[in-house]
Design a protein around this ligand. Sequence first.
Ligand SMILES: [Zn+2]
Length: 217
Amino acid sequence: MPPAWRAQGHPGYPPGTRGALRLGAERTTTAVTRLVTFIRIDLCPRPGIAGMDRMAAIDLLLKRNAELKDAVRGDRSSPRPSLHVAILTCMDARIRVFELFGLLQGESHVLRNAGGVVTDDMIRSLALSQRKLGTKEVLIVQHTECGLNAVTEDSFKDELEADTGIRPPWAVEAFRDVHDNVRQSIRRVRTSQYLPHTDVVRGFVYDVRTGQLTEVS
Ligand SMILES: [Zn+2]
């Protein structure tokens, strides 16, 4: 939290953003709804899981959606992230990116792919994020025990080719050292000719066992 916010006794969100929970009943309701949803979905035992053998995952999710129908509201605010930041991270199911940063809906773009690596498609999303939706900072979070650490470029391409007869033209983006991989992703953002804002690009490693973030210098 920036010192100025801390000095104001602010709860951790910049003044004037949707994160300021006291700004209105509607926003408070949204926050409470998120909390209730979080508790119901993430913290409580999941009776639906027991039924997974006979219920497809999407059916289970639709059942939950039907149960939450009154609690989940649309959002009429601007599509421009209020914190003007894009967070890039891995699709790994253990990374609780919203909880990790105390993020509220509407504050950030969250771009996820396998590894949280900066690929051409990530640059495509970032170009739109910066040029059309006003983000200016890039936060990259990769993590320990990533699946891309467990394969090599050739082993996975060999596997796909053996199975399908076609060798994929895209890079798997497998890596050995997650810190080096974060540095490479930072470099790719900083050197992209398509991005107007490359001054504030910071990368971190998230330890999936402890939940700790470590900045990569
Ligand atoms: Zn991963």
